[in-house]
Design a protein around this ligand. Structure first.
Ligand SMILES: [Zn+2]
Length: 113
């Protein structure tokens, strides 16, 4: 979810996977980088790494990024169970992503407007 990771090279992917009854209509699509899409797959839930509960992952169509995540330097930090589970599932802070964010921050191209 580019809205979550803010990595470039985005494409449209369904927020509710087709396998779970989602449609390829504009109201079910969200821009996402290929990495996020692959990590999300057909998942609608993930495990919050703090309290180990299963929670519904962040849906950029229905939820506000800033209510579930914050940016600490180049790291995306989940501030709610949903944010933490989504961050872990999508591996938003893997080394390559953090390095890309650092470059974008230095170029004042991150976070996007
Ligand atoms: Zn992404």
């Amino acid at each position: 979810m580019s809205i979550a990771c803010f990595i470039l090279k985005t494409r449209s992917f369904p927020t509710r996977p087709i396998i779970h009854g989602g449609e390829s209509s504009s109201d079910n699509l969200v821009l996402a980088c290929l990495k996020c899409n692959r990590r999300k797959g057909a998942n609608l839930t993930a495990i919050d790494p703090v309290d180990r509960t299963v929670v519904i992952i962040f849906n950029p169509r229905l939820q506000v990024w800033g209510e579930h995540f914050t940016l600490v330097g180049a790291y995306i930090v989940g501030t709610t169970p949903t944010g933490r589970a989504t961050t872990a599932l999508l591996r938003l802070n893997d080394e390559q992503r953090v390095e890309r964010r650092q470059v974008l921050i230095l170029g004042q191209r991150y976070p996007p407007e």
